[in-house]
Design a protein around this ligand. Sequence first.
Ligand code: BGC
Length: 292
Amino acid sequence: MVRPTILTMLVSIHYKCRGGLYPRSNIERFTVPDEKVSWSTEFIEYKPVNYTSPHINGKPYADPDIGDPNFKPNFNQIDGKISRISYTGKYNVENRYPLNPVGRTGITGRGVLGRWGPNHAADPIVTTWKRFDNGEVALDENNKPILQFVAIKRSDTGEWALPGGMVDPGEKVATTAVREFREEATNSDTMSEAEKKTWLVKFDKFFSGGDVVYEGYIDDHRNTDNAWMESAAYNFHDNNGTVVGGMKLHAGSDAAGVRWVDITSDFELYACHKKIVLEVYNKLLLQYSESS
Ligand code: BGC
């Protein structure tokens, strides 16, 4: 059962998708100063480059071009098996092009993103308290318990990130979060039948009890004025450390590494994943102090 807890809008302005080169291209974004991000602020000089990567052409996860006469997207709605609804509310559509709900990014088109408008992902945050071999919870220098979560190293940017991924058409978002965890952090593709059975016995219950901790826009370096990333993050917390202790981590084909990361002041993560993880940390710390 999924119980919504924190549903926050963490992003009021974006940084990672402004200025500099667009990923995997030599396309320079038009520079957008902080005060010109909002669409409601006039920016007469704004002349962003239009760019849609040729690599997404005809890909099963990609929409056709807006000009394609057979493409009649229903923005702000569930469109067949695809959700074109934004967690941020109703977004504007101008001359048939959906507009990024946070504002200007310095580039139009879809870049490397498949969908016009929101591109939905899901992120699992698997956490437990760090423990010594004798089972005692490890404390930091401020006497607070240390929380650990599973991160993967992304093979595209080399950054550590939550082991999330894109929601498949028609798939439930909570299902995506668990599927991506299995694929990216336990390499379920290479699991033997026996390992798959063990997973069912040991972990299925644990992974059916996630809490939604974030649903919203992601400040992702791939975002454009007309296509952007959104994610729903689910926390799967093992309070006693009895479940995840037995979990074998193996980077899946999309990841270059996987590990438990201690939440300390100096960890960095992809996109705005750190902010989401810190929200989870603060929530769990509060629960911990209330229960001890
Ligand atoms: C990643 C997710 C991430 C999303 C937005 C996806 O490609 O797999 O972990 O939240 O992009 O940045």
